[in-house]
Design a protein around this ligand. Sequence first.
Ligand code: COA
Length: 253
Amino acid sequence: MSDILTHTEDGILTITLNRVPKKNSLTAAMYTAISNALEAAQADPAVRVAVIQGHETIFSAGNDIGDFLKVPPSADSPVVRFLRVISSFPKPLIGAVCGVAVGVGTTLLLHCDLVYAGDNAAFSLPFVNLGLCPEAGSSYLLPRLMGHQRAAEALLLGDPFTAETALEVGLINRIVPPAEVHALAHRQAQRLAAKPLASLVASKRLMKQEQAAPVAARIEEEIAIFGRMLREPAAKEALTAFMENRRPDFSAL
Ligand code: COA
């Protein structure tokens, strides 16, 4: 079975992350599949809404760490295309999150219009712990969403945060039992799909007008720094340690 499942019905594109044994960590091929699906949905007037969901037990463990080590991202990498596509997707996008959402598993939610989460959801942005820096425009969007100090807890300390905190700071819309998250996201998608598409698209564009250019510029700036840091010793040690199932040793760095 494919690592990304896509299904379009009644004007709703549903993208399901389906690599559960690897905690839905995202490979280059998965980013490409999601980007292709979103671009096709953008061009297809019959599609009005997109939903991105994981599994009831896991949303995503972020970028595949083996991929990071093998092919650090550059400006034309599948992950960068994905960030450009999701951050500029013009139609409503709904996130449905159960379980852990690490790294890009959390930052992609900053580009969703509505996010529903299970009470088992846990969010974390361990970029600094991995010798990296934020991505997906999160260094711009997160401080504006939750305030600098709370964003610093998430991005500098790398402290995980709960669904309750995510709700309080405005990253998500509602918390429900995990078994109900996907159904709720789909009910909301159906409500949106029944509305006039041109009004949805114009409204979303107007709501995001001020941030569109700075977010696009920040995504490019972050990825240039992120790609460079991935080639440096701290990130190499942190990511290799994860793959070797041991604690990183930064003492010589
Ligand atoms: N990249 C590649 N493989 C990953 C992965 C990732 N980001 N996250 C998990 N996996 C793999 C593990 O290597 C393991 O593979 P194996 O069964 O072949 O040994 C499998 O998925 C299960 O992961 P495991 O760590 O045993 O599950 P867990 O329930 O104990 O922990 C997480 C789940 C998500 C908390 C933990 O896997 C984790 O911290 N992952 C890394 C997250 C991360 O740092 N992402 C990068 C952000 S930039």
